[in-house]
Design a binder for this molecule. Structure first.
Ligand SMILES: [Zn+2]
Ligand SMILES: [Zn+2]
Length: 257
């Protein structure tokens, strides 16, 4: 596992994680990874449970302390997973102007409702829900400014299927390719009773067909035992997609891993 970078991980600076940052990094060091990115949630949607939870100063202070505690064999990368940066440009601007290694853009919400809340989204068919989600995502990627597009078909973590208008999906892929945004392969659905990564094989194939190359792999771990979980599955799958280049971001630049 020497060349492995897990580019998507959370610590207790995220509302939905209780894991100490040092424990997350310690686990990565113990596993002999090449690198780990700590990418805590930054949420400014008032409907999000993590609304304004992120303590940027505390996070930066803890990150520096932890980084100094580990030897240089492990690259420890400073990041955030910012929900819909296009909707909160002033808040997002702070991060693009700071010393972050990697900025992940993601969509978790439809309006002010969490994507996984079927009850509140019952006015939408599942197809409609995925399309509403992808429309938000298209607006986000068109606005750009971040490095990695997270868990592209995220609703499947909750609905155990992947739907959506193929033209909308293509449009998102074309924009990220054009803007040099990496496509994340997120392994979390595999530990949530679903037999695919996010995105799954069909979207990954389309990304390659459209000329996409840059990818990152992320476990979306919220606790140490989930770091690099199911990366062997991804590495095996990538044998079918020789045009894709796995890598990592440091100081906002992409490097091949
Ligand atoms: Zn996410
Ligand atoms: Zn995440």
């Amino acid at each position: 596992m020497k060349q492995i970078f897990d580019m998507h991980n959370h610590s207790s600076f995220s509302e939905d994680s209780q894991s100490a940052m040092g424990d997350m990094i310690g686990r990565a060091a113990q596993l002999g990874l090449k690198g780990i990115a700590i990418t805590d949630h930054v949420d400014f949607n008032p409907g999000d449970e993590g609304y304004q939870y992120f303590d940027e100063r505390g996070f930066s202070r803890e990150f520096e302390i932890q980084k100094s505690c580990f030897n240089s064999e492990l690259k420890i990368l400073k990041g955030v997973e910012f929900d819909a940066p296009n909707l909160y440009p002033d808040h997002f601007h702070f991060f693009t102007e700071s010393d972050y290694d990697v900025l992940i853009g993601s969509v978790h919400m439809i309006g002010d409702v969490f994507v996984g809340n079927r009850e509140k989204l019952r006015h939408l068919s599942l197809e409609g829900l995925f399309n509403a989600y992808y429309k938000n995502m298209l607006e986000m990627v068109e606005s750009g400014g971040f490095d990695i597009l997270a868990h592209m078909d995220f609703p499947k973590r909750y609905y155990h299927c992947s739907k959506g208008d193929p033209e909308l999906i293509d449009a998102i892929l074309e924009v990220i390719i054009d803007k040099s945004i990496a496509l994340e392969i997120n392994t979390s659905p595999l530990r949530k009773n679903y037999n695919e990564t996010s995105p799954g094989r069909d979207i990954i194939k389309r990304f390659q067909q459209l000329g996409g190359q840059k990818i990152t792999i992320g476990s979306d771990a919220h606790s140490p035992e989930h770091i690099v979980r199911d990366f062997d599955y991804v590495l095996n799958m990538l044998k079918d997609f020789p045009g894709l280049i796995p890598g990592y971001f440091e100081k906002r630049s992409f490097f091949v891993s």
